[in-house]
Design a protein around this ligand. Structure first.
Ligand code: SAM
Length: 301
């Protein structure tokens, strides 16, 4: 999505940009390159390893043109000046280094501790949830964050198994799911949704996204743009609903939008593209993980 992000944010010399999900700083580097020689980037990531990788990558080429902090993008408005940004990027989800490091515990394909924390300073891990949450809480997580139809069955099986042996590793959990839901001819591994759901819960990804979108509106200047890349329908729905609410020229009280009860107000944002942008064929061939990516772009009025 590199070209699409640049097309959306249109970085220019002297412009100020923010990247709330630095990861390996691929997008950050292309924003800085496109805004050379004087564009500025404020960047953050919750992951300490990502922050270190981003710092050394950007320092080599763009020294003196960025500020990087470790933290949640939901807190960006606390250190990026209000109404200062021409463009902000949120490239949500997990990075390849996170997925590919067994010791981070994000992947059921490799054995590692059942961790899944993007920020290892937070105490709550996936093992804590799996070993301590009630069957009802686990089923709710699997259903709401994973759309897992067998959420109750998996939750009950976990609660049963953990009374004999605590869950410590990704393999242990993946094996339990495989045992009660054999793979058959299905394309996706049966633990895919369970791992996604636990990761979203451990990192409070939906709460962070909602707060992050509020923060972005504060730091964008009028005419500035927000580009958000989502990787599953739950995230995309949050972005769509946020956009729908902030692009309306009225508010309404109560649960239902009744035309007679609308109060006019100036919209804060406008859609730059009505529909989500999907990755092109070249990107899909080069990076199969991008297959579920969707880019949405909003502009502050
Ligand atoms: C898909 S990767 C980003 C890749 C990056 N754009 C690049 O070009 O390499 C997502 C990154 O966002 C980080 N992240 C996810 N949610 C976050 C949040 N709420 N606050 C800060 N960082 C977050 C993850 O730790 C991960 O490093």
């Amino acid at each position: 999505m590199a070209a699409e992000v640049l097309e959306a944010l249109k970085p220019r010399p002297g412009g100020r940009y923010a990247d709330g999900t630095l990861g390996g700083a691929g997008h950050a580097a292309s924003i800085l390159a496109a805004s050379s020689p004087t564009g500025w980037l404020s960047g953050c990531d919750r992951d300490g390893a990502a922050v270190e990788a981003a710092k050394s990558r950007l320092a080599a080429e763009f020294a003196g043109r960025f500020e990087i902090r470790r933290g949640n993008f939901a807190e960006m408005a606390g250190w990026v000046p209000a109404a200062s940004c021409d463009g902000v990027l949120l490239d949500l989800g997990v990075s390849s280094p996170q997925l590919d490091s067994p010791e981070r515990g994000f992947s059921f394909q490799q054995d590692g501790p059942l961790d899944m924390r993007m920020d290892d300073r937070q105490p709550l891990t996936a093992a804590d949830l799996v070993n301590d949450a009630s069957a009802e809480e686990l089923a709710k997580i699997f259903w709401e964050f994973g759309g897992e139809r067998e959420s109750r069955r998996f939750a009950k099986a976990i609660v049963h198994d953990r009374s004999q042996r605590k869950f410590k590793t990704t393999r242990q959990l993946a094996e339990l799911i495989e045992r009660i839901s054999p793979r058959g001819g299905k394309k996706a591994h049966p633990a895919t949704k369970i791992f996604q759901a636990l990761r979203i819960a451990v990192n409070d990804e939906i709460g962070s996204l909602k707060r992050g979108l509020e923060a972005v509106v504060k730091i964008l200047k009028p005419g500035g743009r927000l580009a958000v890349i989502t990787f599953h329908s739950l995230e995309d729905r949050v972005v769509k609903e946020f956009g729908r609410e902030r692009t309306r020229d009225y508010t309404f009280s109560g649960e239902v939008d009744v035309p007679e009860l609308r109060q006019p107000r100036a919209p804060e944002l406008k859609w730059v593209t009505r529909k989500a942008i999907a990755p092109g064929e070249t990107e899909l061939n080069e990076n199969p993980r991008s297959r579920s990516a969707q880019l949405r772009v909003l502009e502050k009025i």
